[in-house]
Write a new protein. Structure first.
Length: 329
């Protein structure tokens, strides 16, 4: 079958509107009802949706005629429609497989939604390896919807391997290897370099920054993996800008966590050299971030990161969390 899949262009808008209206009219009445379909088609919502999302569309054509399209936003397949006259010809499978292949390159998991009563579509998704994760009542349509997900387990395993490498190379160097060398080299009568015992009040005081730092490190790494689809390592960075949790208060909570853990090490070993290393590490990052990393983030995420940078401090946390698109006034 001579099919072709490509990005949609503005010239496709009229054909996509016709296809969508035809598909909705013919296939949605069983689970939305005649009145619901007629009201929706008469509201102008189809035309508005196609025009607003044309840049997110992938169309599939057969012998030059557009016979289906999908709207893909990040890791969400927001809509998928195939002309009723071309059902059961493998066209939907080709389009779905294409979207999975393209968008799983940047995401470890994809999501799509379908009407609960659309049994043909739901069986189609399940047949192609999608898993139903939940259903909910959609107030706009007045019917229940189902949420499906599909994971790229191979990509997940690669992320986990990348995370292990990142932990060994990055915090492992800063928190283990360099402090160990410092303790060996600086060992003398001038510095105790002995681990405090629990009977000392300073031991318990040191646990506060240790727990805070470890908590921040675990929290930020999980956010990178779950929402950013990447690791802290520069060779396998997040694919999406993460503005959640501590990142709504400060731009570098992961480095803050490392600094807290270095503070704990300096207290536990009563080591001024480790405290000096903590200060040096902070200065290195203070120079590195504006000169290198932030410029790279602007290139990768564009205006989204620039807006984030304008609202969230680099080091000193803001009290109120910044939420994108929320007016602070």
């Amino acid at each position: 079958m001579n099919t072709q899949i490509r990005k949609a262009a503005n010239l496709d808008i009229e054909n996509l509107i016709i296809l969508a209206r035809k598909t909705i009219s013919a296939g949605y009445r069983d689970f939305i009802g005649d009145q619901g379909v007629n009201d929706f088609l008469g509201s102008g919502a189809v035309e508005q949706y196609v025009k607003e999302n044309i840049n997110h569309c992938r169309v599939i054509s057969l012998k030059g005629k557009v016979v289906g399209y999908a709207v893909c936003k990040g890791n969400l397949i927001d809509l998928m429609m195939i002309d009723n006259d071309f059902h059961r010809q493998g066209i939907g499978t080709k389009l779905l497989n294409y979207c999975e292949k393209v968008f799983l390159q940047n995401h470890a998991e994809l999501t799509l939604e379908s009407f609960e009563g659309n049994h043909r579509a739901n069986n189609f998704y399940k047949k192609n390896g999608w898993t139903e994760v939940k259903s909910y009542y959609d107030e706009t349509s007045g019917v229940n919807k189902m949420v499906f997900r599909k994971k790229d387990f191979q990509k997940k395993s690669k992320i986990h391997i990348g995370l292990i490498k990142a932990i060994i190379v990055l915090p492992g160097t800063v928190l283990v290897f360099i402090p160990a060398i410092i303790l060996i080299v600086a060992g003398s009568e001038n510095f105790s370099n002995q681990l405090l015992k629990p009977d000392r009040a300073l031991f318990w005081l040191a646990l506060l920054p240790a727990c805070l730092g470890l908590g921040l490190a675990i929290w930020t790494v999980r956010l990178f993996m779950k929402f950013g689809n990447g690791t802290p390592a520069p060779w396998e960075p997040p694919q999406k800008l993460v503005v959640r949790g501590p990142y709504r208060h400060v731009r570098n909570p992961m480095i803050s966590g490392v600094l807290f853990m270095l503070m704990a090490e300096a207290l536990l070993f009563q080591s001024w050299p480790i405290a000096i290393w903590m200060a040096v590490f902070f200065v290195i990052n203070t120079v590195y971030f504006p000169l290198v990393e932030e410029k790279d983030l602007v290139k990768r995420f564009g205006d989204d990161y620039q807006t984030y940078k304008n609202h969230v401090p680099r080091w000193i946390p803001r009290l109120r969390p910044w939420i994108p698109d929320q007016d602070e006034s």
